[in-house]
Design a protein around this ligand. Structure first.
Ligand code: PLP
Length: 355
């Protein structure tokens, strides 16, 4: 078995892979890949997949959950169109590639975007704080975990504005208070399931209030909520596996237990990075992500040797994003502590030999 530190699509629990494989061959006498999404057995899957999100995150009354397609990338447009109000202005925080993507698409959707804070001056290596939010904004958008750079909000922005968050790479990794948000969205392929489904958690109050003159049916969250994620053919398999993964999560202590495990995994690797003389962490210490841990070698000429060492230990997916280089250990919920220990042991041994 490989140790998969890939950033997404990524590791899911082995039991979930097994159950998913079984359902490809036999889902009540059919394959999950051929069953009609209108069949009562599949409607039950969708109902459970929606319900388990509510259970896992203690989603309060007055909020709905929906599965769409299009990834978080289409989410950039969907949130802008659905949150647009009289002002047609919104505040965005730019913490890197995905946040910039959200800004770009909001502008295309007709939002006058006000970038109220950015960490671009230091290569997106920190989370901007002390926000000053101008008046007249329809909402505030931010990205809770910056998958590419390895920064994460450990305290969410405080505002009276409707709060919108791209939580693609840290949803279900820690407890959150859903009531703080008007809209949360997340591509499935990091902590939820296989690529294909995109999760939306939406305050019912915001539905149907858009002032956008352009609102294709598929992009209107109200339609998806009313049709219980069956407006059109949903990503049947992706939602099925998300349901299996959520069952697995809840059977193993839920988000609270995962948070403790994720803290232990992050502590193990950051301790090694900080104590090992050959390596250094690349982002502001207090903003370090527990999902995507970015680090580099002081001496890049040792890169080929280090690559051979971790590959030899069965590790995959460790190179940093092509835009930042170095290394990125993505440690989503399903990555066991034992895999992190393998990486730490490789780093220790590498330094013993080359340090
Ligand atoms: C992966 C990722 C995206 C892009 O998701 P797609 O589902 O590929 O569109 C957006 N935002 C964040 C924070 C991500 O990690």
């Amino acid at each position: 078995m490989k140790h998969n530190f890939g950033a997404g699509p990524c590791i899911l629990p082995q039991e979930v892979f097994k159950q998913a494989a079984d359902a490809v061959l036999d889902f009540n006498g059919l394959s999950i890949l051929e069953v009609s999404h209108r069949h009562k057995d599949y409607v039950a899957v969708m109902d459970e997949a929606l319900d388990l999100v509510k259970k896992a995150l203690n989603v309060p009354a007055g909020y709905s959950v929906a599965y769409l397609q299009g990834g978080a990338t289409l989410g950039f447009t969907i949130v802008a169109l659905n949150m647009m109000r009289e002002n047609k202005k919104a505040a965005y925080i730019n913490t890197g590639t995905w946040a910039s993507g959200a800004i770009k698409e909001a502008k295309k959707a007709g939002i006058d975007v006000n970038v109220i804070a950015s960490s671009e001056d230091k290569g997106f290596t920190y989370i901007p704080k002390n926000l000053e939010i101008p008046s007249g904004m329809d909402y505030l958008h931010f990205t809770s975990n910056n998958t590419i750079y390895g920064t994460q909000y450990h305290e969410f922005p405080k505002t009276d504005l409707p709060l919108v968050c791209d939580m693609s790479s840290d949803i279900f990794s820690k407890e959150i208070n859903v009531a703080d948000f008007d809209l949360i969205y997340a591509g499935a392929q990091k902590n939820l399931g296989p690529a294909g489904a995109t999760l939306y958690i939406v305050k019912d109050e915001i539905l149907g209030k858009s002032t956008s003159p352009f609102m294709p049916t598929y992009l209107d969250l109200k339609q998806h909520v009313e049709k219980e994620s069956m407006l059109n053919t949903p990503p049947v398999f992706s939602v099925y596996v998300a349901m299996l993964n959520l069952r697995n999560l809840l059977a193993n202590g839920g988000v609270k237990a995962k948070e403790a495990e994720n803290n232990a995994k992050a502590e193990l690797l950051y301790n090694e990075i900080d104590s090992n003389p050959l390596f250094f962490g690349t982002v502001n210490t207090e903003d370090r992500s527990k999902m995507n841990i970015c680090f580099k070698l002081h001496d890049e000429s040792l890169g080929d040797k280090f690559d051979a060492a971790w590959k030899g230990a069965g590790i995959v997916g460790l190179p940093g994003h092509r835009s930042v280089g170095g290394y990125r250990a993505s440690m989503y919920n399903a990555l066991p502590l034992s895999s992190v220990q393998v990486l730490v042991d490789v780093m220790k041994e590498f330094t013993r030999v080359n340090g």
